[in-house]
Design a protein. Structure first.
Length: 138
């Protein structure tokens, strides 16, 4: 019989909402949107409607399976719309919904923060990696 998972009491340092998995905005919304692929897709859609193949070409390091999965998640969350148009082959267009458009401002703020601090973070990472490498071998 497996042991039950050990639970820890909440430290009560943050508002109670962050300790409730059902209503925590980080777990329920930002955990999804804060990942790399949704952010890149939403960035591209902020410039206008894109076909699947255009998104695939714009984000060459995403697998087709991951692109499909992420697009479905964003559609499920109401941030993008998917429009199928008849033709051979059928054309599928993706666009931001009004709700998705409201996310672009905060996303742009995050992008600006990342661009501003990227070089500093790289230096800090390098120093950290060198220090931990020395500790591991020494």
């Amino acid at each position: 019989m497996p042991k039950p998972a050990k639970t820890y009491p909440a430290p009560d340092k943050a508002p109670k909402i962050f300790y409730d998995e059902d209503i925590c905005p980080v777990r329920n919304v930002l955990g999804q949107l804060g990942r790399k692929w949704p952010s890149l897709i939403l960035c591209h859609l902020s410039f206008g409607t894109h076909r699947f193949s255009e998104l695939r070409g714009a984000i060459p390091d995403i697998s087709q399976r991951m692109l499909v999965q992420t697009l479905r998640e964003l559609e499920r969350d109401g941030l993008i719309s998917r429009e199928m148009r008849p033709g051979v082959p059928p054309r599928v267009d993706y666009a931001l919904t009004p709700l998705g458009e409201t996310y672009i401002g905060p996303l742009q703020d995050l992008l600006n923060w990342g661009a501003k601090h990227q070089d500093r973070i790289k230096v800090i990472r390098r120093a950290y990696d060198e220090e931990t490498s020395v500790k591991a071998t020494g």
